[in-house]
Design a protein around this ligand. Structure first.
Ligand code: NCD
Length: 345
Protein backbone atom coordinates (compact mmCIF):
# COMPACT_ATOMS: atom_id res chain seq x y z
CA UNK A 1 0.00 0.00 0.00
CA UNK A 2 1.35 3.42 -0.86
CA UNK A 3 1.83 6.27 1.56
CA UNK A 4 -0.36 8.57 -0.54
CA UNK A 5 -3.46 6.46 -0.92
CA UNK A 6 -5.48 3.90 0.94
CA UNK A 7 -6.73 1.33 -1.56
CA UNK A 8 -9.78 0.39 0.47
CA UNK A 9 -10.99 3.79 1.56
CA UNK A 10 -9.76 5.39 -1.67
CA UNK A 11 -8.46 8.34 0.27
CA UNK A 12 -6.38 10.70 -1.77
CA UNK A 13 -6.11 14.39 -0.98
CA UNK A 14 -9.07 16.33 -2.39
CA UNK A 15 -8.60 18.30 -5.59
CA UNK A 16 -11.03 20.96 -4.32
CA UNK A 17 -8.28 23.08 -2.87
CA UNK A 18 -6.44 23.02 -6.18
CA UNK A 19 -9.41 23.91 -8.37
CA UNK A 20 -11.90 25.75 -6.17
CA UNK A 21 -14.44 26.11 -9.00
CA UNK A 22 -13.41 23.07 -10.91
CA UNK A 23 -16.78 21.51 -11.59
CA UNK A 24 -18.68 24.63 -12.55
CA UNK A 25 -15.98 26.39 -14.52
CA UNK A 26 -16.99 26.74 -18.15
CA UNK A 27 -13.69 26.17 -19.86
CA UNK A 28 -11.19 23.41 -19.38
CA UNK A 29 -8.35 25.69 -20.44
CA UNK A 30 -5.37 25.57 -18.11
CA UNK A 31 -6.83 22.84 -15.89
CA UNK A 32 -5.34 19.50 -14.91
CA UNK A 33 -7.19 16.19 -15.08
CA UNK A 34 -6.44 13.89 -12.16
CA UNK A 35 -9.82 12.14 -12.11
CA UNK A 36 -12.97 12.78 -14.15
CA UNK A 37 -14.53 14.07 -10.92
CA UNK A 38 -12.51 17.21 -11.67
CA UNK A 39 -14.87 18.08 -14.54
CA UNK A 40 -18.63 18.38 -15.02
CA UNK A 41 -20.88 15.94 -16.88
CA UNK A 42 -21.55 18.41 -19.74
CA UNK A 43 -17.78 18.81 -20.07
CA UNK A 44 -17.30 15.02 -20.24
CA UNK A 45 -19.99 14.77 -22.92
CA UNK A 46 -18.44 17.70 -24.75
CA UNK A 47 -15.08 15.90 -24.85
CA UNK A 48 -16.80 12.86 -26.39
CA UNK A 49 -18.49 15.13 -28.94
CA UNK A 50 -15.15 16.75 -29.73
CA UNK A 51 -13.58 13.33 -30.26
CA UNK A 52 -16.34 12.40 -32.73
CA UNK A 53 -15.92 15.76 -34.50
CA UNK A 54 -12.14 15.26 -34.75
CA UNK A 55 -12.68 11.84 -36.31
CA UNK A 56 -14.72 13.32 -39.14
CA UNK A 57 -12.59 16.50 -39.54
CA UNK A 58 -9.04 15.17 -39.41
CA UNK A 59 -7.67 17.64 -41.95
CA UNK A 60 -9.41 20.68 -40.47
CA UNK A 61 -8.00 20.01 -36.97
CA UNK A 62 -4.45 19.16 -38.07
CA UNK A 63 -3.02 22.56 -36.99
CA UNK A 64 -5.07 23.12 -33.83
CA UNK A 65 -2.03 22.82 -31.54
CA UNK A 66 0.70 24.18 -33.83
CA UNK A 67 3.71 25.23 -31.75
CA UNK A 68 2.61 23.35 -28.62
CA UNK A 69 4.79 20.84 -26.80
CA UNK A 70 3.46 17.81 -24.89
CA UNK A 71 5.70 16.08 -22.33
CA UNK A 72 4.97 12.42 -21.60
CA UNK A 73 6.46 11.34 -18.28
CA UNK A 74 5.95 7.59 -18.00
CA UNK A 75 7.35 5.99 -14.86
CA UNK A 76 5.52 2.73 -15.68
CA UNK A 77 5.33 0.64 -18.88
CA UNK A 78 2.79 1.58 -21.53
CA UNK A 79 2.19 1.02 -25.22
CA UNK A 80 -1.22 2.44 -26.14
CA UNK A 81 -1.57 5.17 -23.56
CA UNK A 82 1.79 6.85 -24.20
CA UNK A 83 1.73 6.38 -27.97
CA UNK A 84 -1.84 7.65 -28.21
CA UNK A 85 -1.07 10.77 -26.14
CA UNK A 86 1.90 11.42 -28.39
CA UNK A 87 0.14 10.64 -31.67
CA UNK A 88 -2.75 12.84 -30.56
CA UNK A 89 -0.43 15.85 -30.13
CA UNK A 90 1.38 15.16 -33.41
CA UNK A 91 -1.93 14.91 -35.28
CA UNK A 92 -2.95 18.28 -33.83
CA UNK A 93 0.24 19.88 -35.15
CA UNK A 94 2.20 19.95 -31.87
CA UNK A 95 5.38 18.23 -30.80
CA UNK A 96 6.36 15.76 -28.11
CA UNK A 97 9.16 15.29 -25.56
CA UNK A 98 9.45 12.89 -22.64
CA UNK A 99 10.68 9.63 -21.24
CA UNK A 100 9.35 6.11 -20.95
CA UNK A 101 10.81 4.20 -18.03
CA UNK A 102 11.83 5.75 -14.72
CA UNK A 103 15.36 4.36 -15.09
CA UNK A 104 15.99 6.92 -17.83
CA UNK A 105 14.90 9.91 -15.77
CA UNK A 106 16.39 11.81 -12.83
CA UNK A 107 14.02 10.01 -10.49
CA UNK A 108 16.65 7.24 -10.55
CA UNK A 109 18.99 9.83 -8.96
CA UNK A 110 16.40 10.58 -6.28
CA UNK A 111 14.54 13.55 -7.77
CA UNK A 112 11.02 14.15 -6.41
CA UNK A 113 7.90 14.27 -8.61
CA UNK A 114 7.45 17.93 -7.66
CA UNK A 115 10.92 18.93 -8.80
CA UNK A 116 10.56 17.01 -12.06
CA UNK A 117 7.23 18.73 -12.74
CA UNK A 118 8.55 22.19 -11.87
CA UNK A 119 11.35 21.54 -14.32
CA UNK A 120 9.25 20.15 -17.14
CA UNK A 121 6.76 23.04 -16.80
CA UNK A 122 9.51 25.21 -18.30
CA UNK A 123 9.76 23.04 -21.38
CA UNK A 124 6.24 21.86 -22.17
CA UNK A 125 2.75 23.38 -22.47
CA UNK A 126 1.03 20.22 -21.16
CA UNK A 127 2.10 17.01 -19.43
CA UNK A 128 0.75 13.44 -19.45
CA UNK A 129 2.10 11.40 -16.55
CA UNK A 130 1.86 7.74 -15.54
CA UNK A 131 3.22 6.66 -12.17
CA UNK A 132 3.01 3.49 -10.03
CA UNK A 133 1.96 5.43 -6.90
CA UNK A 134 -1.63 6.33 -6.18
CA UNK A 135 -1.93 10.07 -5.73
CA UNK A 136 1.19 10.87 -7.81
CA UNK A 137 -0.80 12.70 -10.49
CA UNK A 138 -2.33 14.99 -7.90
CA UNK A 139 1.08 15.79 -6.45
CA UNK A 140 2.30 16.50 -9.98
CA UNK A 141 -0.63 18.77 -10.81
CA UNK A 142 0.06 20.84 -7.69
CA UNK A 143 3.72 21.31 -8.56
CA UNK A 144 3.30 22.00 -12.28
CA UNK A 145 2.45 25.38 -13.77
CA UNK A 146 0.97 23.71 -16.89
CA UNK A 147 -1.94 21.24 -17.15
CA UNK A 148 -1.15 17.68 -16.03
CA UNK A 149 -3.17 14.73 -17.29
CA UNK A 150 -3.22 11.59 -15.18
CA UNK A 151 -2.30 8.70 -17.50
CA UNK A 152 -2.73 6.21 -14.63
CA UNK A 153 -1.67 6.50 -10.97
CA UNK A 154 -1.10 3.06 -9.47
CA UNK A 155 -4.31 1.16 -8.80
CA UNK A 156 -6.28 4.38 -8.39
CA UNK A 157 -7.59 6.10 -11.55
CA UNK A 158 -7.11 6.27 -15.31
CA UNK A 159 -9.43 9.03 -16.55
CA UNK A 160 -8.40 9.06 -20.21
CA UNK A 161 -9.04 5.32 -20.46
CA UNK A 162 -12.50 6.06 -19.09
CA UNK A 163 -13.11 8.67 -21.80
CA UNK A 164 -11.99 6.00 -24.29
CA UNK A 165 -14.37 3.44 -22.79
CA UNK A 166 -17.28 5.90 -22.74
CA UNK A 167 -16.71 6.83 -26.39
CA UNK A 168 -16.74 3.13 -27.29
CA UNK A 169 -19.85 2.34 -25.24
CA UNK A 170 -21.66 5.33 -26.74
CA UNK A 171 -20.64 4.31 -30.27
CA UNK A 172 -21.74 0.69 -29.76
CA UNK A 173 -24.92 1.16 -27.71
CA UNK A 174 -25.95 4.73 -28.59
CA UNK A 175 -26.25 5.60 -24.88
CA UNK A 176 -24.37 5.78 -21.58
CA UNK A 177 -27.33 4.88 -19.40
CA UNK A 178 -29.84 2.07 -19.00
CA UNK A 179 -27.13 -0.56 -19.27
CA UNK A 180 -26.10 -3.80 -17.57
CA UNK A 181 -22.31 -3.81 -17.48
CA UNK A 182 -20.17 -6.76 -16.41
CA UNK A 183 -16.70 -5.89 -15.11
CA UNK A 184 -14.58 -9.03 -15.09
CA UNK A 185 -11.15 -9.97 -13.74
CA UNK A 186 -8.91 -7.94 -11.45
CA UNK A 187 -11.35 -5.54 -9.85
CA UNK A 188 -9.03 -4.80 -6.91
CA UNK A 189 -6.06 -3.38 -8.77
CA UNK A 190 -7.64 -2.46 -12.13
CA UNK A 191 -7.59 1.35 -12.18
CA UNK A 192 -9.55 1.42 -15.44
CA UNK A 193 -12.39 -0.35 -13.64
CA UNK A 194 -12.35 2.11 -10.74
CA UNK A 195 -12.39 5.12 -13.06
CA UNK A 196 -15.12 3.77 -15.31
CA UNK A 197 -17.48 2.76 -12.51
CA UNK A 198 -17.02 6.13 -10.76
CA UNK A 199 -17.93 8.06 -13.89
CA UNK A 200 -20.81 5.84 -14.98
CA UNK A 201 -22.32 6.36 -11.51
CA UNK A 202 -22.56 10.06 -12.35
CA UNK A 203 -23.87 9.54 -15.86
CA UNK A 204 -26.90 7.35 -15.60
CA UNK A 205 -28.65 4.14 -14.69
CA UNK A 206 -26.25 1.20 -14.70
CA UNK A 207 -26.55 -2.26 -13.17
CA UNK A 208 -22.99 -3.42 -12.52
CA UNK A 209 -22.20 -7.11 -12.41
CA UNK A 210 -18.83 -7.40 -10.67
CA UNK A 211 -17.19 -10.67 -11.70
CA UNK A 212 -13.97 -11.60 -9.90
CA UNK A 213 -12.36 -14.24 -7.70
CA UNK A 214 -12.73 -13.54 -3.97
CA UNK A 215 -9.15 -12.27 -3.76
CA UNK A 216 -9.69 -9.62 -6.44
CA UNK A 217 -12.99 -8.05 -5.46
CA UNK A 218 -13.91 -4.41 -5.99
CA UNK A 219 -12.55 -2.05 -3.31
CA UNK A 220 -14.98 -0.76 -0.71
CA UNK A 221 -14.70 2.88 -1.80
CA UNK A 222 -15.89 1.97 -5.30
CA UNK A 223 -18.82 -0.08 -3.95
CA UNK A 224 -19.75 2.91 -1.77
CA UNK A 225 -19.73 5.05 -4.86
CA UNK A 226 -22.30 2.74 -6.48
CA UNK A 227 -24.35 2.69 -3.28
CA UNK A 228 -24.35 6.48 -3.20
CA UNK A 229 -25.76 6.69 -6.72
CA UNK A 230 -29.57 6.71 -6.69
CA UNK A 231 -29.72 5.06 -10.13
CA UNK A 232 -27.00 2.38 -10.06
CA UNK A 233 -26.87 -1.08 -8.50
CA UNK A 234 -24.32 -3.89 -8.24
CA UNK A 235 -24.08 -7.58 -7.59
CA UNK A 236 -20.89 -9.57 -7.08
CA UNK A 237 -20.20 -13.03 -8.45
CA UNK A 238 -17.26 -15.23 -9.36
CA UNK A 239 -19.07 -17.03 -12.19
CA UNK A 240 -18.84 -15.37 -15.60
CA UNK A 241 -20.83 -18.12 -17.35
CA UNK A 242 -23.79 -17.61 -15.05
CA UNK A 243 -24.21 -13.90 -15.86
CA UNK A 244 -22.82 -13.41 -19.37
CA UNK A 245 -26.30 -13.68 -20.93
CA UNK A 246 -27.53 -10.64 -18.93
CA UNK A 247 -24.90 -8.19 -20.14
CA UNK A 248 -25.00 -5.26 -22.59
CA UNK A 249 -21.26 -4.73 -22.08
CA UNK A 250 -18.58 -7.13 -20.88
CA UNK A 251 -15.46 -5.28 -19.71
CA UNK A 252 -12.59 -7.77 -19.42
CA UNK A 253 -9.38 -6.92 -17.55
CA UNK A 254 -5.90 -8.30 -17.11
CA UNK A 255 -4.78 -9.51 -13.68
CA UNK A 256 -2.39 -6.71 -12.69
CA UNK A 257 0.80 -8.68 -12.11
CA UNK A 258 2.87 -5.61 -11.19
CA UNK A 259 0.61 -4.79 -8.21
CA UNK A 260 0.87 -8.21 -6.55
CA UNK A 261 3.08 -8.68 -3.54
CA UNK A 262 3.40 -12.40 -4.13
CA UNK A 263 4.15 -14.14 -7.46
CA UNK A 264 2.37 -17.36 -6.41
CA UNK A 265 -0.90 -15.47 -5.89
CA UNK A 266 -0.55 -13.95 -9.34
CA UNK A 267 0.11 -17.32 -10.98
CA UNK A 268 -2.87 -18.86 -9.20
CA UNK A 269 -5.28 -16.11 -10.23
CA UNK A 270 -4.15 -14.96 -13.65
CA UNK A 271 -6.13 -17.47 -15.72
CA UNK A 272 -9.35 -17.40 -13.70
CA UNK A 273 -11.34 -16.01 -16.64
CA UNK A 274 -10.66 -16.82 -20.25
CA UNK A 275 -13.27 -15.56 -22.68
CA UNK A 276 -13.46 -17.79 -25.74
CA UNK A 277 -15.89 -18.44 -28.58
CA UNK A 278 -17.62 -21.20 -26.62
CA UNK A 279 -18.42 -18.94 -23.63
CA UNK A 280 -19.64 -16.23 -25.99
CA UNK A 281 -22.43 -18.49 -27.28
CA UNK A 282 -24.41 -17.63 -24.14
CA UNK A 283 -23.99 -13.86 -24.63
CA UNK A 284 -26.45 -11.52 -26.33
CA UNK A 285 -25.83 -10.96 -30.05
CA UNK A 286 -25.42 -7.22 -29.45
CA UNK A 287 -23.24 -7.38 -26.33
CA UNK A 288 -20.00 -5.40 -26.73
CA UNK A 289 -16.71 -6.79 -25.39
CA UNK A 290 -14.33 -4.14 -24.09
CA UNK A 291 -10.80 -4.49 -22.72
CA UNK A 292 -8.38 -1.64 -21.99
CA UNK A 293 -5.51 -3.85 -23.26
CA UNK A 294 -2.89 -5.24 -23.02
CA UNK A 295 -4.53 -8.66 -22.82
CA UNK A 296 -2.63 -11.66 -21.60
CA UNK A 297 -4.82 -14.80 -21.65
CA UNK A 298 -8.20 -13.42 -20.71
CA UNK A 299 -9.58 -13.20 -24.27
CA UNK A 300 -8.56 -15.79 -26.84
CA UNK A 301 -7.45 -14.55 -30.27
CA UNK A 302 -10.43 -16.39 -31.83
CA UNK A 303 -12.78 -13.83 -30.25
CA UNK A 304 -11.16 -10.97 -32.22
CA UNK A 305 -13.18 -11.95 -35.30
CA UNK A 306 -16.47 -11.78 -33.44
CA UNK A 307 -18.42 -8.60 -34.26
CA UNK A 308 -18.98 -8.10 -30.53
CA UNK A 309 -15.24 -7.54 -29.96
CA UNK A 310 -14.77 -3.78 -29.52
CA UNK A 311 -11.28 -3.59 -27.98
CA UNK A 312 -9.41 -2.48 -31.08
CA UNK A 313 -12.10 0.14 -31.69
CA UNK A 314 -11.29 1.32 -28.15
CA UNK A 315 -7.67 1.87 -29.20
CA UNK A 316 -8.78 4.17 -32.00
CA UNK A 317 -11.15 6.05 -29.69
CA UNK A 318 -8.29 6.44 -27.22
CA UNK A 319 -6.35 8.58 -29.65
CA UNK A 320 -9.41 10.67 -30.55
CA UNK A 321 -10.41 11.45 -26.94
CA UNK A 322 -6.81 12.40 -26.13
CA UNK A 323 -6.82 14.80 -29.09
CA UNK A 324 -10.03 16.30 -27.70
CA UNK A 325 -8.62 16.56 -24.18
CA UNK A 326 -5.20 17.96 -25.07
CA UNK A 327 -6.67 20.70 -27.27
CA UNK A 328 -9.34 21.55 -24.66
CA UNK A 329 -6.88 21.84 -21.74
CA UNK A 330 -4.62 23.99 -23.89
CA UNK A 331 -7.58 26.19 -24.87
CA UNK A 332 -6.91 25.59 -28.56
CA UNK A 333 -10.30 25.61 -30.31
CA UNK A 334 -10.99 23.00 -32.96
CA UNK A 335 -11.75 24.88 -36.20
CA UNK A 336 -15.48 24.70 -37.00
CA UNK A 337 -16.49 22.94 -33.75
CA UNK A 338 -19.61 24.37 -32.08
CA UNK A 339 -19.71 24.05 -28.29
CA UNK A 340 -23.19 23.09 -27.08
CA UNK A 341 -25.06 25.58 -24.88
CA UNK A 342 -25.04 23.56 -21.66
CA UNK A 343 -21.23 23.46 -21.68
CA UNK A 344 -21.08 27.27 -21.94
CA UNK A 345 -23.56 27.75 -19.11
C1 NCD B 1 -4.47 -0.30 -18.59
C2 NCD B 1 -3.66 0.39 -17.51
O1 NCD B 1 -2.51 0.74 -17.73
O2 NCD B 1 -4.24 0.55 -16.45
N1 NCD B 1 -3.92 -0.21 -19.87
C3 NCD B 1 -4.11 0.91 -20.61
O3 NCD B 1 -3.86 2.01 -20.19
N2 NCD B 1 -4.66 0.76 -21.82
C4 NCD B 1 -4.85 -1.69 -18.23
C5 NCD B 1 -3.75 -2.67 -17.95
O4 NCD B 1 -2.56 -2.37 -17.94
O5 NCD B 1 -4.13 -3.83 -17.74
Amino acid sequence: MSEQFDRHSGEVPSTDSVFPNHVSSRSLQGRSLVTLDDISLPQIKDLLDRAAYIDSHRREVAHTCDGRVLATLFYEPSTRTRLSFETAMLRLGGQVIGFAGAQLASVSKGESISDTLKTVSNYADIVAMRHPKEGAALVASRAASVPVINAGDGGHMHPTQTLTDLATIRARKGRLTNLTIGMCGDLTFGRTVHSLISTLCRLGQVDFVLISPDELKTPEYILERIDASPTCTYRETSDLGEVIGDLDILYMTRVQKERFFNEDDYLRLRDTYILDEEKLKAARPDMAILHPLPRVNEITAGVDQDPRAAYFEQVRNGMLVRMALESALLGDELPGYQVRKEVQA
